[in-house]
Design a protein around this ligand. Structure first.
Ligand SMILES: [Zn+2]
Length: 212
């Protein structure tokens, strides 16, 4: 058999034997309904695991993922991200939407260098949505070392996608009524730290006050 698939099946065996019984009551409650309070919009990158970095449980977070954590500009076209946002806000009535970019994002790297995109007609069209990252580029942070330029574009992309997110009709309506808050985050894979975009100061600040 395929070793890679065996790994997954072994993992599922452990889940069924250990993790599932520990949470049996919780899953029992979840079996017929969900009422997540958060919509989390992030990149498809395998290193971003919301339930791990936020220590949340099944049922807590409604999730939308795409390369580059994109929110397409609101218009007549339909896509998976904006349909997911509409459902989360109108039906699930989430209280917070968090848009989270991350360090070393391949999507923004590709947008920056344009390398290899000729073989990717769909991805390269999708990545037109990140072009706003360049006009919202953030000042380089010396803590990012040699990755400072890429990191400032990735943070710029968070700001650009926040603009698109706030322009979604469902989000604009719920936010105007005070039912919904929108947040922009940057997650650093190396340090495990999160920064949030402070709209008043127009800059990213540590999410945890004691992280300088
Ligand atoms: Zn990414």
């Amino acid at each position: 058999m395929d070793e890679l698939m065996d790994q997954l099946i072994e993992g599922h065996k452990r889940f069924h034997r250990e993790a599932f019984p520990e949470r049996r009551d919780h899953f029992h409650l979840l079996a017929e309904m969900q009422s997540p309070q958060y919509l989390f919009i992030t990149c498809s990158d395998s290193r971003i695991v919301p339930d791990l970095i936020l220590q949340t449980e099944p049922g807590d977070i409604f999730l939308s993922r795409s390369i580059g954590n994109v929110v397409p500009v609101s218009g007549n076209d339909v896509d998976g991200v904006t349909a997911t946002i509409e459902y989360a806000v109108e039906v699930l009535k989430v209280k917070h939407v968090i848009l989270c970019g991350h360090s070393d994002c391949g999507a923004l790297k590709a947008a920056l260098t344009r390398e290899g995109l000729e073989k990717l007609p769909k991805a390269s069209r999708w990545l037109h949505h990140v072009e706003g990252a360049f006009s919202h580029r953030q000042p380089p942070n010396p803590a990012d070392g040699e990755h400072a330029e890429l990191a400032s574009i990735i943070r710029g992309n968070v700001v650009a996608q926040l603009v698109n997110l706030r322009a979604q009709p469902s989000v604009a309506r719920a936010a105007a009524h005070g039912h919904l808050q929108v947040h922009g985050w940057y997650y650093d894979i190396l340090t495990g730290r999160i920064e949030q975009y402070d709209e008043q100061q127009r800059k990213f600040v540590p999410l945890l006050a004691n992280q300088g």
